[in-house]
Write a protein that binds this ligand. Structure first.
Ligand code: HEC
Ligand code: HEC
Ligand code: HEC
Ligand code: HEC
Length: 442
């Protein structure tokens, strides 16, 4: 009996390994063993540095110009030289200035090990092409040869940025953090801004230096904004739960506060909100930052309807065990495993018009029942509604033009975290619900 049980466990472990190998297991560019050539190798006007887009090319070829002129990643290193960074480094009593500390360099530029740097590499270039597309040593020549394919480039060390799970892991490695690099509450208290990220929204405001057209899809597979949003939520939730369980999840006697909802502590006492009640664990406790989990609960209802209730129960149990202090790590692990199983299903899910409308209304209803009374949940919900509405409009599934002014007002209610008023948020949300239900639907 025990032997059979062990065998089953082994099979399950192998299946899990295969899943994780297929989904987002590519080595992040910073830790690749390939050598980084530096942005100069990409920037020539015959390559990616043309001022105008090329007519006969399947990529714009002005990616360098877009990046260097209007992408904040190009200036991410320079940030480390400004007064704000100097103040942070001083408050943290770092032994070296910010622009020489790996603590900061790991996210504010491409910071591979010295052995992976070539002469062309400049730390001051910031988050350049190879920070996202992978060190180019083995693919720089082959990616422009006749007959080059994306699969071959990836086999030669190009990072699969087109794959939602891999892209989510890449972006979130800096925009949320990992076990190897992380903005702790201590760093935030020294002046680092709060982090917020949503994969679809942030991919679009980049600004994007690529165009998803029929040619892109032929070369790289399908692209769907709502699927990307869903994957972004799943990967971020997974990362948060991993951090919670690891050594990063503690700060001395306390759990690492960054993993909790900032505003569950940081709001004036006179402003009594009793927000903790929403997770069913009684008043006055510090909530885990569940913004991504709230979105994922909505996604589960469409993608794995049979398991959605179980998922919701586990999240509730997680909140309760965080509040009571018993079994929290085991609960975090259980939720993390449910998410790992969900990721391949989200990846292969075809989001239909019905799904999109249901997600939109589900988000609104969760908001109306007070689920987004914590700021970070509301912030994620608004970004989600915007992505879903965009896609519904573009696919002609709903007349979303009339929704835009209401969504804009909803955005205004979350534009300043310190000033967030749950009541003002739900008021606009109620209007949005009426808009969606009356006359604007098709
Ligand atoms: C885990 C990755 C990570 C680490 C580690 C990190 N940062 Fe950041 N930092 C970011 C991201 C991402 C942003 C952008 C946040 C946003 O706008 O959403 C940012 C923003 C900033 C900003 C504000 C930039 C602006 O345009 O106003 C400063 C200043 C800053 N970081 C300094 C530092 C310093 C100094 C350190 C080291 C002590 C550091 N960061 C460590 C990821 C990181
Ligand atoms: C912050 C991450 C990031 C940085 C930095 C970055 N890219 Fe990209 N790039 C992406 C993403 C995401 C895509 C879209 C997915 C894809 O096509 O793989 C993309 C797509 C592309 C494409 C493919 C377009 C297509 O139709 O196949 C090219 C070419 C490209 N980038 C070149 C560059 C160059 C050159 C640089 C540096 C000047 C650069 N990128 C910097 C993330 C980045
Ligand atoms: C190596 C770390 C790193 C990676 C990888 C990374 N980013 Fe960033 N990103 C940063 C930092 C640091 C900043 C802040 C720069 C600044 O404020 O000047 C930033 C800023 C941004 C901004 C501007 C935000 C604002 O407030 O204006 C967007 C949008 C963005 N990143 C999207 C992405 C996306 C999408 C990906 C994945 C394709 C990605 N990033 C990957 C570190 C990273
Ligand atoms: C468990 C409660 C708790 C949570 C959750 C929490 N903080 Fe704090 N935070 C504190 C305490 C306590 C201090 C120290 C205040 C002091 O020194 O006066 C602090 C200090 C700060 C400070 C410095 C303010 C000052 O007066 O020195 C900043 C900035 C900050 N936190 C940001 C954040 C952000 C951003 C988050 C969420 C990502 C967050 N905090 C989550 C309790 C919390």
């Amino acid at each position: 009996m025990i032997a059979r049980y062990k065998l089953l466990l082994t099979i399950a472990a192998v299946a899990l390994l295969q899943v994780s190998a297929a989904y987002g297991a590519a080595v992040l560019p910073q830790y690749s063993h390939d050598k980084t050539l530096g942005v100069g190798s990409c920037a020539s006007s015959l390559c990616h540095g043309a001022v105008e887009t090329w007519r006969d090319s399947n990529v714009f070829q002005n990616e360098y110009v877009t990046w260097s002129r209007s992408d904040k990643h190009a200036r991410a290193y320079a940030v480390l030289l400004n007064d704000k960074s100097k103040a942070i480094a001083k408050k943290l009593a770092l032994p070296k200035p910010a622009h020489e500390s790996d603590l900061c360099l790991d996210c504010h530029t491409h910071n591979p090990k010295p052995a992976q740097r070539t002469q062309g590499f400049q730390i001051a270039d910031g988050i350049a092409c190879e920070s996202c597309h992978g060190p180019a040593d083995r693919w720089v020549k082959s990616h422009v040869e006749p007959g080059a394919t994306h699969a071959n480039n990836v086999a030669r060390g190009m990072y699969p940025t087109e794959d939602d799970v891999s892209r989510a892991r890449l972006c979130l490695s800096c925009h949320l953090g990992t076990k190897d690099k992380f903005v702790t509450h201590k760093i935030m208290s020294a002046g680092h801004p709060r982090m917020s990220f949503e994969l679809d929204t942030f991919t679009q405001i980049g600004p994007a230096h690529f165009r998803i057209d029929a040619d892109w899809q032929r070369r790289k597979g399908s692209w769907n904004e709502v699927r990307a949003w869903a994957i972004g939520q799943a990967v971020a939730s997974q990362e948060l739960l991993t951090l919670l369980q690891g050594p990063r999840g503690r700060d001395g006697l306390f759990p690492e506060l960054v993993l909790f909802d900032c505003h569950s502590c940081h709001h004036p006492m006179a402003d009594v909100r009793n927000t903790a009640a929403r997770v069913g664990a009684g008043p006055g406790f510090v909530r885990l930052n569940d913004a991504n989990l709230l979105m994922l609960r909505q996604i589960a209802r469409r993608v794995v309807p049979a398991d959605a209730a179980v998922f919701a129960q586990h999240v509730e149990r997680l909140h309760k065990s965080v509040a009571s202090g018993s079994d929290a790590l085991a609960q975090a692990r259980a939720v993390e495993q449910l998410i790992a199983a969900m990721i391949p299903k989200i990846s292969s899910h075809k989001f239909s018009g019905e799904d999109l409308k249901a997600v939109m209304l589900g988000l609104i209803d969760d908001g109306l029942t007070g689920q987004y009374s914590d700021y970070q949940g509301a912030e994620q919900a608004v970004m989600a509604m915007q992505s879903v509405a965009d896609l519904l409009g573009r696919q002609n599934l709903m007349r979303t033009q009339p929704l835009k002014p209401t969504i804009k007002r909803l955005l205004a209610t979350v534009s300043q975290d310190e000033k967030y008023q749950p009541a003002a948020f739900t008021k606009v949300l109620r209007e949005l619900k009426t808009n969606v239900e009356t006359g604007t639907g098709k």
